[in-house]
Design a protein around this ligand. Structure first.
Ligand SMILES: [Zn+2]
Length: 95
């Protein structure tokens, strides 16, 4: 099941759950697929995504799914429907 992630806390709780994060960055026009344990998907890390802040500032959106296929479909759909967006699979956690 696909779940929208609205807060950092929500994502932090998912850290030990196997699954995938779709991270949409509006300013960069980028959609990225991560595993939830990727350091770039970790709100506690200084380089990680920050869903609470992104929502507050309207700079991004995030979805979680246990299924890579489902997360991948969502990411592709967003990239297709938004003008000029690129979809990439994170090179750090793609394994
Ligand atoms: Zn990653």
């Amino acid at each position: 099941m696909l779940t929208e992630i609205l807060t950092d806390e929500q994502l932090i709780k998912l850290y030990t759950t196997p699954g995938y994060l779709v991270a949409v960055d509006y300013p960069k026009k980028e959609v990225k697929l991560h595993t939830v344990d990727c350091m770039l998907a970790d709100p506690i890390s200084s380089i990680g995504v920050k869903p609470s802040k992104a929502r507050e500032n309207k700079t991004g959106a995030f979805w979680y799914s246990e299924s890579r296929d489902e997360a991948n479909s969502k990411a592709e759909e967003i990239a297709k429907n938004k003008e000029g967006y690129t979809y990439t699979i994170c090179p750090i956690c793609n394994r």
